[in-house]
Design a protein. Structure first.
Length: 167
């Protein structure tokens, strides 16, 4: 790729590079533009490419998961719950973090119920503004649909401590 092609790519990101597009560059300017382009090529462009591939993979696997029958999801949820309940970390923990499942994700309501029956304190995520906070739930907690239809606990029983398992 020529230096003028690299300048063109950089101009798309940072318009201030247009001043280099139509003039003769010194050797030092060429080196600096080369270094800036290489930085963006390895750091920024690569991160964008990885981010795009991750999005595509999430969509692919979500479609696969959405196609699973609910009976199979329930079976997988029971198996996953049993594995968590048998972990030494779970057995000795007092506070656990459990995300509230959404859509075709493995249901986590069984794990939340069981943890509460096991006298564990349970924290679930709650979004306030741009912040994700931990909110403690009990058997009496009521829920509402928040952004994207995701369930969140009502109230403001937020906690600052870190769960011993799940986060």
């Amino acid at each position: 790729m020529t230096i003028s092609e690299k300048i063109k790519v950089l101009c798309e990101i940072m318009p201030q590079f247009k001043c280099f597009a139509e003039k003769e560059l010194t050797v030092q300017q060429n080196k600096e533009i080369e270094a800036i382009y290489n930085f963006y090529n390895t750091e920024v462009f690569l991160q964008q490419e990885i981010s795009q591939r991750k999005k595509e993979q999430r969509v692919f696997f979500r479609k696969k998961r959405d196609a699973l029958p609910s009976e199979l999801l329930d079976k997988y949820a029971q198996q996953a719950t049993e594995k968590v309940l048998n972990l030494p970390e779970y057995k000795k923990s007092k506070l656990v973090f459990v995300p509230i499942s959404f859509g075709s994700e493995l249901p986590t309501s069984g794990l939340i119920s069981r943890a509460l029956k096991d006298s564990k304190r349970v924290a679930v995520p709650a979004v306030r503004g741009k912040n994700m906070l931990l909110q403690e739930v009990t058997e009496r907690t009521t829920y509402h649909k928040a952004a994207f239809g995701i369930l969140e606990p009502d109230g403001d029983n937020f906690i600052d401590e870190s769960p011993e398992i799940g986060r």
